[in-house]
Design a protein around this ligand. Structure first.
Ligand SMILES: Nc1ncnc2c1ncn2[C@@H]1O[C@H](COP(=O)(O)OP(=O)(O)O)[C@@H](O)[C@H]1O
Ligand SMILES: N[C@@H](CCC(=O)OP(=O)(O)O)C(=O)O
Length: 372
């Protein structure tokens, strides 16, 4: 575990969470476009260094309620969901307009927390995000508030951002907040509170420091940020809390401005492999000698190398991989059901669509979803 804080300049894949209060002016309900333009410059600068960037942004309800003329104060759930539906269009367009002048293409991705809990949807989200990033876009992620079944809780986007960071295998997560880090107590109520530079483990003492927000405008407070830190760091992603209200907030962190870093446990790849290895296998794929050599050379498992399929499993389930001698080689998350795997085993990838009657994924188990 590093004893010195990471640097934002080291990030290879960065997720940045932007809260409603940063994007939308509380008094007028309007977009803070100068702030967004400055943030867009920071994002474009990171992209020009080859960093993959994902933005998790709240603000749809705050933007939508003004358009709909809804009153200030708490909204009924269905009003919040209606406001989100209206505001999300504005939110996505605002990012598109801010980033397009820098030659950066944006993509809108709406997810729910359950999407990352259901393994099949998780794998699909991951594959789409991976493709969007490979194509150079900046995905703008928000909760799909109109279909979310739970009460929309402010602060949930902290947790959502951590889930997104894990899903895309990010190595750094930035939570831009109205406070410049984690303090020993809530600085708004305790003037003697001091900011921590680096948290290497989220001990009960650290968790106890996090309180609720003081002002009525505020949302999850520090508690949801600590929950996010737990998820992110366990998944091999370092997290930083910093003040977002300044222009160029990412540049400020990179230049060593005030913030609190939470150190990652290992790297995202290792954390993902631990996660896959710990799953209960639902079935077995027996593969031939050629496929064994391919996997050992770091390749994905293609249907062509599968000799037989045992047991019933669904897409996204963990399955064991056995070699020609029956020895267990490893396990991975499978992209087809057992029935489909049975139908395409031993076949070339270009035959999949003809056999199944629909185009599928080219690999049975992707190398990133496999532990040997
Ligand atoms: N230990 C703490 N350190 C820093 N802030 C704390 C702490 N405990 C509670 N808070 C409160 O949490 C607030 C940040 O949470 P919140 O307003 O929900 O952030 P955001 O809107 O940026 O997501 C701070 O402004 C502060 O009032
Ligand atoms: N998804 C909702 C807000 C959820 C949320 O966590 O808000 P915030 O605490 O401002 O990050 C929206 O876009 O309005």
């Amino acid at each position: 575990m590093p004893q010195h804080a990471p640097s934002l300049t080291e990030a290879r894949r960065l997720v940045v969470k932007i809260g409603s209060a940063l994007l939308v002016d509380a008094a007028s309900g309007r977009l803070r476009s100068d702030w967004l333009k400055a943030l867009a410059l920071d994002v474009a600068e990171a992209k020009s260094r080859g960093v993959d960037v994902v933005l998790v942004s709240s603000g749809s309800i705050a933007l939508g309620r003004r358009v709909l003329g809804l009153p200030a104060g708490a909204l009924a759930l269905e009003q919040s969901q209606a406001a989100a539906a209206v505001g999300q269009i504005q939110l996505a367009r605002a990012y598109e307009e801010a980033l397009a002048p820098h030659g950066v293409t944006t993509a809108q991705v709406l997810v729910t927390l359950e999407d990352t809990e259901d393994r099949r949807r998780y794998l699909n989200t991951r594959a789409t995000m991976e493709t969007l990033l490979a194509l150079g876009t900046v995905p703008i992620v928000n909760e799909n508030d109109t279909v979310a079944t739970d009460e929309i809780r402010y602060g949930d986007n902290d947790r959502l951002a951590a889930q997104v960071a894990i899903t895309v295998g990010a190595d750094q997560l930035v939570l831009l907040s109205d406070v410049d880090g984690l303090y020993t107590a809530n600085p708004q109520s305790d003037p003697s509170a001091r900011r921590l530079e680096l948290v290497t483990a989220i001990t009960p003492e650290i968790a106890a420091m996090a309180g609720d927000p003081v002002s009525g405008l505020s949302k999850g407070g520090m508690k949801t940020k600590i929950t996010a830190a737990r998820t992110a760091t366990a998944g091999g992603c370092a997290m930083v809390i910093a003040a977002g209200d300044t222009l160029h907030p990412l540049l400020a962190i990179a230049e060593g401005g005030p913030c609190t870093w939470f150190a990652a446990h290992g790297d995202p790849q290792a954390a993902r492999k631990r996660w896959i290895a710990a799953m209960k296998a639902r079935g077995i794929l027996h593969i031939d000698a050629g496929a064994v050599a391919a996997l050992q050379a770091g390749k994905s498992l293609l249907p062509a190398g599968v000799v037989s399929v045992e047991d019933r499993f669904g897409r996204g389930d963990a399955v064991a991989i056995h070699g020609p001698d029956g020895a267990l080689l490893g396990q991975g998350l499978v992209r087809y059901t057992s029935g489909e795997a049975q139908a395409i085993r031993g076949q070339h990838t270009d035959k999949i669509a003809e056999i199944l009657g629909y185009p599928g994924r080219s690999v049975l188990i992707h190398r990133d979803d496999m532990v040997l």
